[in-house]
Design a protein around this ligand. Structure first.
Ligand code: NDP
Ligand code: 2IT
Length: 450
């Protein structure tokens, strides 16, 4: 590794030695920036890497709330305001028991480059809590969201920081958060959160955007090899927001999805998940908040618990990991390659371990890194902000067309940049460098204090 890049990496590790997931995200980006740092010495001169790896602000706070038995519970809330060179901090909130400052720094760091790629004016941030919404009543979730907002409200705003959803935060949570924000501030600031309901300032297609965008990106990659997603066999992990709409778009474009999962296990439906079965899954997951195992009982297909393997053992043309970080290990990447996978599109953030990415790249698999492939979600969040600013809304068709256009632009930019820096077709290098250049140039232009 380049000495300068190594010194930046070591400095971060020495300061926060326990933030392993953040270090993983960092090394992936830093290593691929090497040709850009060599070509443009000004980035070293202006200490861009030293600055960009340090969040502008980390907010950490107590969130007390009342459970269904009237007992007071305490969780921890966070907001990492990582970089605002391109616009207000923008990024989701994650509610999951594994949430720590480490996880949110990884996600916030990735978000800087992802948001830069979208072409829209958004900085990077991320937040959330170790609160576990699973098994909680609506009233408990409401109590928690309200308490979180009692602190968060003073740090956010349409020109400051605009949170949205991520794991464990969907339409229900955004509703409670937005209600609390309005009540506290006496301000109908629709641009303060995205992922709102379509009737009160939300954008059409925002729920679908990440999944749809991921499939649009994969299809663009396939085109470079004169292929098309139509007729392809697809394996999807997860069964939450991103997975659900990735499956829907696959069905729309004529592909066959044979598997989905949750953290306890996965189903294998060789006949393919059709529209009717997908509607059943949406009701199961979004209304009844049940487990994917119930699909196996309902449609008489195989179900395997996670402890006994993952859907990556299935033969498929396309793999879409849409659950969480590090869910595809090196062994599983090898299995996918051996079984003939053609393309991998990361709907989730950093779902493939570094050795897994190496295996895909060595084998010339079309590999779309999360910060490019899943940028459709935050892109439509940006479009939601644009609509809010206009006090207006666009039709489904208009938003979907803009989303499609943005995903094509991200693909073209990542591809062109990979070629420019001598790694043609390596979308990881292309996306990292393309995302970085815009932010780095903005930081230089705005002076050494940003
Ligand atoms: P959801 O909460 O809607 O769904 C998450 C899914 O992943 C569930 O099926 C969940 O299973 C599974 N999952 C979560 N944690 C784990 C784990 N530790 N091990 C195995 N499975 C797990 O979240 P989203 O669909 O919104 O997010 C999925 C991924 O996509 C995340 O990486 C997120 O950062 C990323 N993303 C999301 C965007 C969005 O707009 N929502 C935008 C861009 C990226 P279970 O129910 O059992 O927990
Ligand atoms: O990881 C992500 O890009 C998101 N969770 C969506 C962020 C957003 O602001 O819409």
């Amino acid at each position: 590794m380049d000495k300068y890049i190594e010194s930046v990496y070591n400095r971060v590790v020495e300061k926060d030695p326990h933030q392993k997931i953040f270090h993983q995200a960092l090394i992936e980006v830093l290593e691929s920036l090497e040709p850009a740092i060599k070509k443009y010495p000004q980035y070293k001169e202006y200490a861009i890497l030293e600055r960009i790896t340090e969040p502008e602000r980390v907010i950490k706070f107590r969130v007390p709330w009342v459970d269904k038995d009237g007992k007071i519970q305490v969780n921890r809330g966070f907001r990492i305001q990582f970089n605002s060179a391109l616009g207000p901090y923008k990024g989701g909130l994650r509610f999951h028991p594994t949430v720590t400052e480490d996880i949110l720094k990884f996600l916030g760091f990735e978000q800087i480059f992802k948001n830069s790629l979208t072409t829209l004016p958004m900085g990077g941030g991320k937040g959330g809590s170790d609160f576990d919404p699973k098994g909680k009543t609506d009233a408990e979730v409401e109590s928690f969201c309200e308490s979180l907002m009692f602190e968060l409200y003073r740090h956010i705003g349409q020109f400051t920081d605009v949170p949205a959803g991520d794991i464990g935060v969907g339409g229900r949570e955004i509703g409670y958060l937005y209600g609390a924000y309005r009540k506290i501030s006496n301000y109908h600031g629709t641009g303060v959160l995205t992922g709102k309901g379509a009737g009160w300032g939300g954008s059409l297609i925002r729920p679908e955007a990440t999944g749809y965008g991921c499939v649009y990106f994969v299809n663009e990659m396939l085109k470079t090899r004169n292929e098309d997603i139509k007729g392809k066999v697809v394996v999807v992990s997860g069964s939450g927001n991103v997975a659900q709409y990735a499956v829907e778009k696959c069905i729309d474009l004529g592909a066959k999805v044979i598997a989905m999962s949750d953290s306890t296990g996965w189903i294998h439906d060789p006949a393919g998940i059709d529209r009717e079965k997908l509607a059943w899954i949406l009701e199961l997951k979004n209304e009844r908040r049940g487990r994917i195992r119930e699909y196996a009982d309902q449609f008489k297909v195989d179900y395997t618990v996670t402890a006994k393997g993952t859907p990556w053992s299935l033969k498929c043309d396309i793999a879409l990991p849409c659950a969480t970080q590090n869910e595809v290990d090196a062994k599983e990447a090898k299995m996918l390659v051996d079984n003939g996978v053609m393309a991998v599109g990361e709907g989730a953030n950093m779902p493939t371990v570094p050795e897994g990415i190496e295996i895909f790249l060595e084998n010339n698999i079309l590999f779309a890194p999360g910060k490019a492939a899943n940028a459709g979600g935050v892109s439509v969040s940006g479009l939601e902000m644009a609509q809010n600013s206009q006090r207006y809304f666009w039709t489904r068709e208009e938003v979907d067309a803009k989303l499609h256009q943005i995903m094509q632009a991200i693909h073209a930019n990542a591809y062109k940049t990979s070629e420019l820096f001598g790694k043609k077709g390596n979308y990881m290098v292309g996306a990292n460098i393309a995302g970085f250049l815009k932010v780095a140039d903005a930081m230089i232009a705005q002076g050494h204090r940003v």
